[in-house]
Design a binder for this molecule. Sequence first.
Ligand SMILES: Cc1cc2nc3c(=O)[nH]c(=O)nc-3n(C[C@H](O)[C@H](O)[C@H](O)COP(=O)(O)OP(=O)(O)OC[C@H]3O[C@@H](n4cnc5c(N)ncnc54)[C@H](O)[C@@H]3O)c2cc1C
Length: 414
Amino acid sequence: MAKKEQVDVLVIGAGPSGSVSAAQLHRDGLKIKVVEKERFPRFVIGESLLPRCMEHFDEVGLMDTLKAQNYQIKRGARFIRDGRDCWFDFGEQYTQGWTWTWQVPRGHFDKVLIDTIASWGVDVEFETAVTQIEKGADSQLTTVTHADGSETQIESRFIIDASGYGRVMPRMFQLEKPSVMAPRSAVFGHFTDRNRPSGILGERITFVIHRRDIWIWVIPFSDGITSVGFAGNPDFFAMYNTEDKAEQLINMMKDVPFVWERFHDQDNVIPGRMMNAYAASVKQSYGPGYVITGNSSEFIDPVFSSGVTFATESGLVAAKLVKRHLNGEVIDWATEYVQHMHQGVETFRVYVNRWYEGDLQDIFFFSHDSANPEIKRKICSVLAGYVWDTSNPFVRDHGERALGSLSKRVKIYE
Ligand SMILES: Cc1cc2nc3c(=O)[nH]c(=O)nc-3n(C[C@H](O)[C@H](O)[C@H](O)COP(=O)(O)OP(=O)(O)OC[C@H]3O[C@@H](n4cnc5c(N)ncnc54)[C@H](O)[C@@H]3O)c2cc1C
């Protein structure tokens, strides 16, 4: 193993979390390297973004390049239950912030992000997988394996593990912790969308509530392709189970008229894939010389599309703390990193749990005369990812109290 490089920070993974970290550290003048196991573009799910993450891309200088891609603009979300509609519009929310974001094919989006960063002069190596790490207090020695099987070593002062579903450090150092979320499944694919309705009905992400515990996403992209996915409790997927996930997806779509009418004659350009028990957590997300960000640290559930926003939030916060640490400052990681992420993650956890229990769905579809538009604006801010604005009672104490009393009120009127 001849080659040994030296950098300030090694970033593992070139998803949105790693890209935002790398962009921030590069702007701070540190010598960094990004290693990515796959050749890009690669498929990854997670195509609907939240307004909050626009702040991250903007802050690290990636916004202009992203805007030039003409991705499908997402100004809100539409929910459908029993033929009834409920709309949230990010322009009508409580927290001051971005009122729009994008729906993106992630293969393209992630490649644009990392290629832009590479064009700034950041060293990015694809088809390079981290296979071993020797941790130390001041210096980390990482072994990477290249596509041809050869190995090299990278010595870094710090590691940011943004390896997503790869979960490099949690697996390597037994940091994984079972998630408190119930295990759920998803089957999804991409389709042509020639029957797409014109205007906002065709453009907007739509969630169809099929059963209390099963929902379907329809996410249109600007290139005419649309992502369709089913998510929820595993017993539903068992009813359709077949080895061939493309066939399984089509069979499930046939049973949802809203979906089948639009896609029955379309081409399935990315055939069905399945993911199971994707919720993940860690015992600790930082230690001497390392921090774990994005999905490698925590993932709750796809409903409400919070994954990429947590990936970029944690990637950006971690990068800023790493820079201060390398400057000699003593960092209170428990407060500035763990507690910060906890505030946002726990808020979404409350909403996700109430969604699957059904009472959040009832709140969404509550149409009594006294349904309060101010409350809707506050819930809309959560759905936009503004889960750190604790002046919002639907964010304070993670929304427990506000949602609890609202749910009681809804039950009384029903
Ligand atoms: C069914 C489903 C639907 C979802 N829908 C949404 C949605 O609509 N919106 C949303 O925001 N989120 C969604 N998510 C979540 C989203 O997929 C993730 O939160 C997001 O991709 C996390 O980004 P990341 O940068 O942390 O990791 P990733 O995007 O997974 O990137 C990590 C990178 O690390 C690389 N890597 C892995 N191992 C190694 C290694 N050993 N060495 C080097 N590199 C390595 C990988 O190849 C990968 O490119 C969904 C998740 C699921 C399961």
